[in-house]
Write a protein that binds this ligand. Structure first.
Ligand code: CTP
Length: 394
């Protein structure tokens, strides 16, 4: 995300300090960031901090005499691609819900016609109070996006809902709202990601090195392009992307069931998960105790999900598989494309530095029955963007 004009409204919550990182990161990426603070917010973070991070004058007072090149709240409101209020206190949500415009933040907010997002952060009881919930519902009714607060430890000592999401999560939500190229609008994209786990006993399982980064990047890009996204996720430590339906699964069998159940309604299925090919024949219901000598675990084949849906695929559905290889990349990938009846196979060799598990970059080739497109070394986010554009943007 770059070259966007983002207005960040900061209100008086202790989580205001997290917004310093958000502003800094948005600016570093090449966006124009304007911070408007309420008077009380200045007690938590100084305007100078945001001014330094954003390289823009921070506005707190509507009637300041030294800064009136134009009617600032109106010009900023016209210019903004997105207005985000974070942290949003119960007080600001109540004001916004009822059209109160009594300071720079609320007047600019009311004058803005761009997409608006509110990120509540407050004590759990304040958030759960039916008055606050009604005000949030009112904001939603007027088309504002609400980013649900994560549950966790709060500054007041309570543990529960009301925590401000991490800056990276807010940034991800912003990215989803400012994208203008919505070429997947109206399409349902189902994506699998991460590693499956095959249980041996209640303590142990078989898995692989997949971290889910590629699949999650694809889910975010598809969402940014306007798709309804269902992300069927195996094991990963990644945060749940904003605006994506995430279904958590454990084993290859669970993933298969979930993909098959979603397949009818899907326009596109992308199988980027690293699915186990084998699972233990017997799953012990107790911990297997060690004994003298070696241990062999008998494994059986799992069902191939891509093959299953490739066979069922309708003319108007697009199925994309992955092929992670150590040898003969193109031959193996082309074989998978044909055998599994996919429209595309995204092939990568984990032998190449910068590709494969855990890293933030990838090196892939997009293989169709008629072409091979080499994307070269890119970040996983850019790889995801290029894959979706190449395969789905007509
Ligand atoms: N796949 C699947 N179901 C499985 C195994 C793999 O749907 N049980 C999918 C993967 O999600 C990927 C593609 O098939 O999109 C290729 O997976 P990969 O592990 O590269 O190859 P396999 O088909 O498992 O073959 P091999 O392990 O022999 O390379």
């Amino acid at each position: 995300m770059k070259n966007k004009c983002i207005v960040v409204g900061v209100t008086a919550g202790i989580a205001a300090y997290k917004i310093c990182q958000l502003v800094s990161s948005l600016k570093k990426q090449g966006n124009e960031v304007h911070v408007i603070m309420t008077k009380e917010a200045e007690k938590f973070v100084t305007p100078l901090t945001f001014q330094t991070l954003s390289s823009q004058k921070v506005i707190t007072d509507m009637f300041t005499v030294d800064y009136t090149p134009d009617v600032h709240h109106i010009s900023l409101a016209k210019k903004a691609d997105l207005f985000v209020v974070a942290p949003a206190t119960a007080n600001i949500i109540a004001k916004i819900a009822h059209g109160v415009a009594d300071d720079m933040l609320t007047t600019t907010f009311l004058a803005s016609t761009c997409p608006k997002m509110i990120v509540p952060a407050m004590n759990t009881n304040m958030l759960n109070n039916p008055i606050t919930q009604d005000n949030i519902a009112t904001c939603q009714k007027y088309g504002m996006h609400i980013m649900c607060s994560g549950a966790g430890y709060l500054a007041c000592g309570d543990v529960g809902a009301g925590r401000l999401p991490e800056p990276e999560e807010i940034e991800d939500a912003i990215a989803s709202l400012v994208e203008t190229d919505r070429y997947l609008q109206g399409r349902h994209v189902v994506i699998t990601a991460g590693a499956t786990q095959e249980e041996i006993d209640p303590v142990r399982y078989i898995t692989n090195h997949s971290t889910g980064k590629m699949g999650y990047a694809l889910a975010k890009e598809a969402r940014n392009a306007g798709a309804k996204v269902t992300l069927i996720s195996g094991k990963t430590n990644l945060p749940q992307p904003y605006g994506v339906d995430v279904v958590k699964v454990i084993s290859a069998a669970d993933m298969r069931e979930c993909v098959v159940n979603n397949f009818e309604k899907a326009d596109v299925v992308i199988m980027s998960a690293a699915v186990a090919d084998y699972t233990p024949i017997e799953k012990a219901d107790h911990k297997i105790k060690k004994a003298e000598g070696d241990l062999s675990i008998a494994l059986k084949r799992t069902q191939d999900i891509l093959l299953t849906i490739g066979k069922k695929k309708r003319e108007n559905q697009v199925v994309i598989g992955f092929a992670m290889e150590t040898e003969n990349l193109l031959e193996n990938a082309a074989k998978k494309l044909q055998e599994k009846n996919a429209n595309y196979i995204i092939a990568n060799s984990i032998r190449e530095p910068g590709a494969g598990f855990g890293v933030d970059t990838n090196i892939v080739k997009i293989i169709s029955p008629t072409s091979v497109e080499d994307l070269g070394l890119l970040s996983k986010d850019d790889t995801a963007k290029e894959i979706l554009r190449h395969c789905l943007k007509k």
